[in-house]
Design a protein around this ligand. Sequence first.
Ligand SMILES: [Zn+2]
Length: 349
Amino acid sequence: MTERQRTRQPNGASSIYFGKDGKWHGRVTVGVRDDGRPDRRHVERKTRAEVTRAVRELERLRDEKKLRKPGKAWTVKTWLEHWVEALGEALRRGHIPTNAAEIAKAPRLEEEEIEPYTIEEVQSLLLQASKRRNSARWVIALALGLRQGEALGLHWEDIDLETGYLRTRKNRLRPKYAHGCGGDCGRKAGYCPEREQVRREYKSTKSRAGRRTIGLPDPLIKLLRRHLEEQERERIAAGDAWQGTGYVFAQPDGSPLVPNTDYHHWKELLQLAGVRDGRLHDARHTAATVLLLLGVPDVVVDAIMGWEPGGSARMRSRYMHVTGPVLKNVARQVGDALWSSPDTNRDGN
Ligand SMILES: [Zn+2]
């Protein structure tokens, strides 16, 4: 099939075109965003007929005023509240592989394997996390996909609990030690009785994609408020020994968490939850997978995950072996659950 010239339609009419990626794309203007720009929704399908149907469906939902308010605010705030419900629904209907083994049958990629946890595994993880110190740390990993350095680098000044936003601006660094003894203690520097810290605690996040603002879902705001209260109690208990300098996730004396310790906490959590052993990065993969499964608009997924604009298509494609088969069956149902009002899709299909 030949590449077609993409034509700009007058005054917000829908457009359908065949892209360089070999897929059919449709764009529908459904309203005006909060920032005054037109709210254009994007769909992609394999065939022209499918994309036409999707475009007509969007137009119908628009005309019946069943589309949610556009942009980051609603998607990020609502997706966490919706995804367990929406995927749970699909699961009950038997459309989603119910265990990791089914997902793992997918062909191996050369790059790091994407192995997200399933919905049930996430639920066990969150349940076990809720019983531990710094439980919000794991909700942030599984729901928002923050990298370890980003989560451990968070300071309270980066979180606005009133407006419900979090900014990733600092990256916690692994500690590096040098001998304080002159080098004759006979141990490695990290175990030197007089060891000295020779690396700063964190560095500022430089890249534009890395520095991002993420809307917090209401359950996470509540959790963070509780976490703040718990930390306040620890501060009072620590008295003069308090070392706190504003870290959200800290040791009981307020000093920053050490990445290696955090890693071991993750491993403990996996065991307690009775789920398969996984890497810390699998929590991030889980967050990305869920966002992609939910059909959250690309720009919003990029904004949450901190994917560079130039590399985001490649990142998305890395998830295809997981999301592809599931998406094929579920995208429309989950999409309906998200795009239309809750009471219209219950018995609709
Ligand atoms: Zn030494």
